[in-house]
Design a protein around this ligand. Sequence first.
Ligand code: ATP
Ligand code: MG
Length: 404
Amino acid sequence: MAQISLIRDKIGDRDPGLLPGSINYPRPVLDPHYAKYYQSGQVMDIAKEERAKYDTHGFAAFGRHQPTGLPIHGPLPYEQCFLTNIPHDLDLSGNWITARPLLAQLGIQVQRKIMGGSFGEVWRVRMGPGNNYMAMKILQIKQFIGKYGSLTEAMRMMLRDVESVRGLRHPNMVSVENVLHVRDDRTGFRAVYSFIFMELCDGDMLDEMDKLPGDVYDEVGAHRWFKQIIEGLDYLHQNRVAHLDIKPDNILFKLQPRRAPNVYKLADFGLAEVFHADEPSMERSIKKGTPRYLPPEVFVYKLLPPNSPVQVFDMEKCDIYSLGMTLALSLIGFNGIDQYCIPTTGWVQGLDPNSFIDDFLVFTNKYLRNHPMIDLLMSMTNTVPGQRPTIQQLRNNPWLQQVL
Ligand SMILES: Nc1ncnc2c1ncn2[C@@H]1O[C@H](COP(=O)(O)OP(=O)(O)OP(=O)(O)O)[C@@H](O)[C@H]1O
Ligand SMILES: [Mg+2]
């Protein structure tokens, strides 16, 4: 008889052996090939080429993914999971919605769709003893197998959302509370859905920008979200996790009672990477982030001759660049970028953002050239990773020190 297994994953069991030893680890040493190509200026051409592909297909179709083994936190500890075998005649080969009766059986009321993400949908649900509202992200293995080749790799990628942040909690990151895996034994892993239950937020930064005058944050608004998100990012980095997909859609906000300022949270850990406790945050493979927010050095591998030493890049500095781009976007807006930057300097096509960010902000008469925020944007999006500020330097930045 067909078996449907529900595997409940206990979130919060983070292997203590993987916790950071010391936070004073060395910065990555870039291999000479990397440095040579990087300085040659060709990197920007490659970035341009890759970003253009993205624009044509509307999808991050680039990337060389080298399986780096299982995440450092290890595979899901199935042996510790609560497992029930329920004989059932449901057909789970289609949409996850077919699994809804199973969710109902577990007391989970599926309420309304929040978003159809690229890898799955996010729904609002009510569940648990307190009948609390939660966000439920649905991942289907089917979508991953085609993209990542093998079942193992697909499973690994699918569970990244959970594995990278297992047991981590911070007010400025969305917490993952629980995970439920549904496996249809008739089809092995092929019909697996994973339901990730997270703290529910009220929207993402793009939703908020839509409601603001000119669809952009003013200085106070940008200061508010940015200050909070660097705390979330610092916590993540201290715990050896690089986000690698920082952008406005992955920063959520939560409204507060009595009109208190919103709380902002980093979300979507689907591309996050864990770096080892005694290694600097170097990465050896190219990620599938969103090109608009990716630093140029992640495109450098294309220039390396065959059999060259493995190229590495500093994942934390990659996050700093993406955060800088997100800050720029939140102040300039997509309209500003599309109308001004594409025809002139062509940021989206891969040109150096430093050539336009300050131009744009100053040009629109919003900010003076010596405004400390512009300086900050310039340094965060510096094409040389080593020149970008650390989180500590960001905190001490005059703009962030200001009380706005
Ligand atoms: N906890 C949450 N509360 C409220 N809304 C959420 C929550 N999580 C996600 N969302 C909404 O759903 C959107 C997509 O979620 P998420 O970024 O996790 O998925 P995704 O972009 O499809 O993931 P991936 O990058 O793995 O493809 C978010 O941009 C946000 O608008
Ligand atoms: Mg996302």
